[in-house]
Design a protein around this ligand. Structure first.
Ligand code: PSU
Ligand code: MN
Length: 303
């Protein structure tokens, strides 16, 4: 694509067929509190480098979709008021020449345009509770159904309707692989009430699935469901109490549209006194580690 800015570091890695891991920016601008967000974003980039891969944090900067943010660009996304930009917003922020933080959907979309195969996030967006009335479903799944990328996620947050989200992924032909688990994780918790059909033990197996998907010329993405480590998960009782309060508050205030997810996340962080935030940071770190290993396994398949 013309006008896609790929940083020299990311471009060199892609040209040399070295491992690259895409990272999203909505988690930085809207998913984490200021003060915590820049430090975390830098730590995840360093973590990818230490694992032997190249990080590519993605956002739109002054109208230019950018793959591999420079340090000053990362700072702007963390500190300025930037809109959350999903795929439908990309042409708008580009056309108007403004900046935007990319969601899972738009990060996957731009990463694919740049030729990146592996992406680490915290949790995917999905079907919200009550979606049969509100129609609130994240664009993350429909976009993943058309975007050949492998996304490592700690499942989806329990603020969503997890069962409906899994059904939507099935209908959309998005493959879901449990990483060393047969149970779909629920973001802050290792397990939801839903089991998975497919379990893998090693990054090389995931790379083999990616190669087979390519051989079939399938367009859909692969979701790797990676549970938060056992010693890092949130207390399930506290989790249920706080979640219920946050959902009721969002309902009472009539929160709608793309504000729902950021509102629920920040309410939960506040009500938990930061406990949910610690779990959130730990699970992203765990996802970045696995995504780096998958990117390495993928590049080893292609000498
Ligand atoms: N999960 C998180 N933190 C986040 C998000 C998801 O733990 O910040 C963001 C992702 O960018 C995801 C988006 O793509 O929320 C989904 O928003 P919506 O439900 O409005 O599609
Ligand atoms: Mn929504």
């Amino acid at each position: 694509m013309k006008n896609l800015a790929v940083s020299p570091e990311v471009r060199a890695a892609l040209e040399a067929k070295k491992p690259v891991v895409a990272l999203e920016s909505t988690i930085i601008s809207h998913g984490l509190p200021r003060g915590q967000n820049l430090e975390s974003a830098k730590a995840w980039e360093n973590q990818v480098r230490e694992a032997g891969a190249t990080p590519a944090t993605i956002a739109v900067i002054d109208g230019v979709p950018t793959v591999g943010l420079e340090p000053d660009q990362l700072e702007r996304i963390a500190n300025e008021e930037v809109p959350k930009a999903s795929v439908r917003d990309l042409p708008v922020v580009m056309g108007l020449g403004v900046s935007g933080a990319t969601t899972v959907a738009s990060t996957a979309y731009l990463a694919h345009l740049a030729g990146i195969r592996v992406f680490a996030t915290g949790g995917l967006g999905g079907v919200h509770r009550g979606a049969s009335d509100t129609f609130d479903e994240s664009a993350d799944i429909p976009i993943l159904s058309q975007t050949p990328i492998t996304v490592v996620s700690a499942g989806v947050k329990s603020i969503l309707d997890i069962g409906a989200t899994l059904e939507r992924m099935e209908t959309s032909s998005v493959a879901v692989l449990g990483y060393q688990t047969s149970v779909f994780p629920a973001f802050w918790l290792r397990e939801s009430a839903y089991s998975l059909e497919w379990r893998v033990e090693e990054p090389a197996e995931i790379a083999a699935v990616m190669a087979a998907r390519d051989a079939l010329s399938q367009r859909g993405g692969i979701v790797v469901a990676n549970p938060v480590p056992a010693d890092a998960q949130w207390d399930p009782v506290r989790h249920d109490q706080i979640l219920e309060q946050a959902l009721a508050e969002a309902d009472r205030r009539g929160i709608r549209g793309n504000e729902v997810t950021p509102f629920l996340l920040s309410s939960v962080v506040e009500a938990s006194g930061g406990e949910s935030l610690r779990v959130n940071l730990d699970l992203v770190t765990n996802n970045v580690a696995l995504a780096s290993r998958i990117a390495l396994a993928w590049s080893q398949r292609r000498p």
